[in-house]
Structure formats: C-alpha cells, structure tokens
Ligand binder design. Structure first.
Ligand code: BG6
Ligand code: MG
Length: 224
C-alpha cells in the first residue's frame, strides 16, 4: 500500500460524507418502494446506499420479486418520480446541513495543500454543493456523463483522480456506502469508510462519525 506521505488528493463521496442527503434519498426511495408494494428494511437500505438512480430502482424491484413487471418506460417514470420527491426535499438544504467535522476537515486539507474533488454517484451533486455553499472547496465535481459505469465500478473514483492530475496511489477516497467503498477499492485508491465497521468491512480505514475525519487520525490509522 502507498505511504501516507505520497497522498496529495482526497476524493469525496457526497451523500453521507459531506451532508446527510442520503436520508432524503432513502426516504424518497422508501416512498416509491412502498407505493409498488415492496417492504422497506435495513438490508434493502444498505444495498442501495450509494447506487445510482436506476440501479437503486432495479435493486428494489429485485428484492420485491418484481423483476420484469415494469417496462423501461415505466421504470424511468418511477425513477423520475423519486427524483422529484428528492429534489423537493433538497429545497431546504443549506450550509447548516454540512455534517459534523467536515468544514474543519476541508479547511485543514486546504491549509495543507491537498487537492479535493467530489466523486458522487448523484446527478444532483452540483446542486447540493451549491446549496451547501461549498463551491469554493469543490470547483471540481465528476460529471456522470464522463463515466461509463457508476459505483461499485471504479470509474467515478478513477475519473476523480484523473481530474486532479494525480495517480491513484496519490489519493484517498472517502465514502459511506458499501458500493462506494468497493468502487474506491476497485480503483486501487486507499479507502476510508465512514460508518458501521461491521458493514464497511472492506474499507482500508474506518471511522464511525464524520467528525473523526482529521489528517492526524488518518495518519494514525494508516494500514501498516
Ligand atoms: C448517491 C446516493 O450519492 O447518488 C444514492 O447515495 C443515489 O442513493 C445516487 O441513488 C444517485 O443520485 P441521483 O441524485 O442521481 O438520483
Ligand atoms: Mg454516500
């Protein structure tokens, strides 16, 4: 594994790391799932965390035994409906919604000349960064149109490293979802999983709450 001293860039997932918009995604998917008769539970929630829009819907249909029941057009309509509910929830998003410790961590990274970029699976990422007033830290956001496969494929984290003009062994990726950490690992980037260590067992480094994200903690937890 690369040495901590080689690290020059930090690749950030958005939902669940910078802000808790994951709970809005989860609430709006739950609404759709229950509307089509799929029971919501913790396992389904973990399985779709960080997956892109259509993959999330496909997983909900799979768990509900509804594969093949909806045409592509009907699926698109369900995904659009979920996005409309989600965007409605986003209206009230503001800088107070930045998760604990993140603002200090971003300031610390900047002070120490690390580069930063958003590597989110969400097409709503630019809107959220705007609402959180974090454009100054994140002028760079991976454009989903520039990647072929979303998380858990490595594309979004590979693209993020490329946009920073860094090699993958000069980057750390931070994500709260199983598919997100898998995506970081597949890109051969050192992964930090934020959340339950029993869920994010595949992460190289784990922190439970976002406020543990500091350079000192990362350096200390660096795998030997
Ligand atoms: C991820 C969320 O960040 O973005 C997922 O964790 C979501 O729940 C995915 O499905 C895609 O988001 P959007 O905003 O493009 O539907
Ligand atoms: Mg996330």
């Amino acid at each position: 594994m690369t040495d901590f001293t080689n690290i020059k860039g930090v690749l950030f997932d958005l939902n669940g790391i910078i802000t808790d918009s994951w709970r809005y995604h989860s609430q709006s998917w739950r609404q759709i799932a229950e509307e089509i008769g799929v029971q919501w539970n913790q396992d389904l929630e973990e399985a779709i965390k960080g997956r892109d829009r259509i993959d999330s819907l496909n997983e909900i249909l799979r768990v509900g035994g509804l594969v093949g029941k909806y045409s592509d057009q009907q699926k698109e309509a369900l995904a659009d409906k979920k996005n409309a509910i989600y965007q409605q929830m986003l209206e009230i998003m503001n800088p107070d919604d930045i998760l604990p410790g993140i603002r200090d961590f971003l300031a610390e990274l900047r002070l120490n000349h690390y580069q930063m970029i958003i590597a989110s699976a969400s097409a709503n990422a630019p809107k959220e960064i705007h609402k959180l007033e974090l454009e100054d830290y994140f002028p760079l956001i991976v454009n989903l149109a520039d990647i072929k496969h979303n998380k858990p494929a490595p594309d979004v984290y590979l693209k993020a490293a490329e946009m920073l003009h860094l090699n993958v062994d000069q980057c750390i990726g931070i994500d709260d979802g199983i598919v997100g950490v898998e995506s970081i690992n597949a890109a051969n980037v050192v992964s930090i999983g934020v959340g339950d260590p029993e869920v994010l067992t595949m992460a190289d480094i784990n922190f439970e709450p976002t406020k543990e994200l500091t350079l000192a903690n990362i350096r200390q937890s660096w795998p030997k």
